[in-house]
Design a protein around this ligand. Structure first.
Ligand SMILES: Nc1ncnc2c1ncn2[C@@H]1O[C@H](COP(=O)(O)OP(=O)(O)OP(=O)(O)O)[C@@H](O)[C@H]1O
Length: 253
């Protein structure tokens, strides 16, 4: 399997933090079609890593390579859903989904885009809501619109920064089923940030645990078959893995 993401010895320092890199000497790769979760204590640099992958920031040192994307041209070519991907309350679902194309550097065919949005809304269980405003939607529906908007930016790689952090347990479970189905059908490569170890175990092929500075403490393959279901968290191997992750995470807090 080829790599969709290859990060080599990457260091990143914010301009006002000249002496303390947020990420230092990070190296990792993600295979095409893989679902990888990043977990780590608050401030360990997970969101910064996503901003670097999305092309909003450039490494201070080292390299980032994304398959099919020319070096230095990541911006707008990676589907990135930031932690607070709020829908604009004064725009309808359709208008919110059109937003990336209005901001895009590349021209897009508007008629085709609207047709793609309608097809996406249908696939995401949101048909009939194209003229609704965000306040008329439930939490899960809003996240699905935000995910559709992310998906429409195109690209093989999806970066999802804690997309379900604010949802109640039941909606979260529904969203997990739905995201896994979508991922299996579309064959996208997903990098997923979460603070919820159970969520990471249920969704991912692999979990990478970051400590401050971007040091990779653990890189674990999740030993579960697919399709996944929520009862799998009671699997004895999984309970052990969860304990190990929790111990490592708390040891570094
Ligand atoms: N624009 C910025 N300028 C300077 N420092 C920043 C900036 N953005 C983030 N930082 C710092 O970089 C470090 C990493 O932040 P980041 O948001 O990437 O962490 P995180 O692991 O995503 O945290 P969380 O889990 O709380 O979302 C923190 O110390 C933060 O204060």
């Amino acid at each position: 399997m080829s790599n969709d993401v290859q990060i080599d010895n990457m260091t990143f320092t914010f301009p006002d933090q000249r002496h303390s890199p947020v990420l230092s000497n990070v190296s990792m790769c993600v295979k095409k079609g893989e679902f990888v979760s990043l977990i780590g204590s608050s401030g360990s640099g997970k969101s910064t890593l996503f901003k670097l992958l999305a092309g909003l920031l450039e490494p201070t040192d080292g390299t980032i390579e994304i398959a099919g994307v020319p070096p230095g041209q990541r911006l707008g070519r990676v589907a990135y859903m930031p932690q607070k991907d709020l829908l604009l309350s004064w725009r309808t679902v359709m208008e919110n989904c059109l937003l990336p194309s209005e901001l895009a550097l590349r021209k897009q065919d508007k008629v085709k885009l609207r047709a793609d949005i309608m097809a996406g809304l249908d696939r995401f269980g949101l048909s009939g809501y194209e003229h609704a405003y965000p306040d008329e939607l439930s939490g899960g529906m809003k996240q699905r619109v935000a995910l559709l908007r992310t998906l429409l930016t195109g690209g093989q790689l999806m970066l999802l920064d804690e997309p379900f952090g604010a949802l109640d347990a039941m909606t979260k479970r529904e969203m997990h089923r739905w995201l896994l189905e979508l991922w299996e059908n579309l064959g996208k490569t997903v990098l997923f940030i979460t603070h919820d170890i159970e969520e990471a175990l249920l969704l991912s092929d692999r979990i990478i645990l970051l400590t401050p500075g971007g040091q990779q403490l653990l890189d674990m393959t999740v030993p579960l078959p697919r399709p996944r279901h929520s009862d799998m968290v009671y699997d004895s191997d999984l309970i052990q893995m969860r304990q190990r992750l929790e111990e490592q995470l708390h040891a570094k807090l």
